[in-house]
Design a protein around this ligand. Structure first.
Ligand code: URA
Length: 233
C-alpha cells in the first residue's frame, strides 16, 4: 500500500480513536475507567481481536497489558514478531464489571468500531482470540475448540482476510495443554501472512445470480432436440 494511502488511513484511525473514547452507546461507559481502543501498527498485516478489557487494561487504556498480554508477547517473539508488527484490540472497547462475559447488546453496540478498525488497518490475517471474537467475526456459533487452528477466508466488511481462530491466551494460562495448542497455532501465522489473499468473496446477490444461471443451464433441452421420432403408427 502506498505511504500516502497508509498515512490517510492512520489519520482516520486516530479520528476513530477519539470518537470511541467518548462513546456512550452502552451502559459500560458508566463503569469504565478508560476506553481501550486497541494499539499497535495502524498498517499491520496481522491483527488480533480479543474479548474485552480486564482490570489492568481498563486502568491503562491499553489492550492485553496483563498476564494474558505477556503470554501473547512471548508467543509473538517465538515466531519472530513483536507487538509493533501487529494491531491488537478487543470486541468490546469498555470493561464489563468484574470481567463478566460481554452481553449481546454490548457486542451489538460496540461491533461497528471493530469493523471500522478492520477497514482502516487493512490486515491480511486476523487472529480471533477465544469464543466471543471468533463467533462474531466468523458469523458462526461453532465453538473455538472445534474451529481453532484452521484458517478461514472471511469477508470482513469490504476486506477479504484469512481469519485464524485461536484459543484465548487467558485460557492457555489456566491449562498447559491449551497453551501448547495455542503455541502450535501461532507457529502457522508466518506462512499464513505470506499466502496470497483471494479476491473479494461474492456477495449474496452475486451467488443467487450465479445459481439462477446454473439452474437455467440445467433445463432439459426441448424434445425436438432429443432425437425422438413421432409414433411409428
Ligand atoms: N483479555 C482480553 O480479551 N482482552 C484484553 O485486552 C485483556 C484480556
Amino acid at each position: 500500500m502506498s505511504g500516502a494511502d497508509a498515512a490517510a488511513r492512520r489519520e482516520e484511525l486516530v479520528a476513530l480513536y477519539k470518537e470511541v473514547s467518548k462513546c456512550t452507546k452502552c451502559p459500560l461507559h458508566e463503569t469504565r475507567t478508560k476506553t481501550v481502543f486497541g494499539a499497535g501498527n495502524a498498517d499491520a498485516d496481522l491483527m488480533f481481536v480479543g474479548e474485552a478489557p480486564g482490570a489492568e487494561e481498563d486502568r491503562q487504556g491499553l489492550p492485553f497489558v496483563g498476564r494474558a498480554g505477556q503470554l501473547l508477547n512471548e508467543l509473538l517473539v517465538e515466531i519472530g514478531l513483536s507487538r509493533e508488527d501487529t494491531f491488537i484490540c478487543n470486541v468490546l472497547k469498555s470493561r464489563p464489571p468484574n470481567n463478566r462475559d460481554p452481553l449481546p447488546t454490548e457486542i451489538a453496540a460496540c461491533e461497528p468500531w471493530l469493523w471500522e478498525q478492520v477497514r482502516l488497518i487493512e490486515p491480511r490475517v486476523v487472529c480471533t482470540l477465544g469464543n466471543f471474537a471468533t463467533k462474531l467475526l466468523t458469523g458462526n456459533p461453532t465453538g473455538i475448540t472445534r474451529v481453532r487452528g484452521t484458517p478461514q477466508v472471511q469477508q470482513l466488511g469490504s476486506r477479504t482476510v484469512y481469519l485464524l481462530p485461536i484459543f484465548h491466551p487467558a485460557a492457555a494460562l489456566r491449562t498447559p495443554a491449551v497453551k501448547e495448542q495455542l503455541r502450535a497455532d501461532f507457529a502457522t501465522i508466518p506462512a499464513l501472512l505470506e499466502r496470497e489473499l483471494p479476491g473479494p468473496l461474492p456477495s449474496a446477490a452475486e451467488i443467487a445470480e450465479e445459481e439462477a444461471r446454473e439452474e437455467a443451464a440445467e433445463q432439459p433441452p426441448p424434445a425436438d432436440q432429443l432425437g425422438f421420432f413421432g409414433d411409428a403408427g
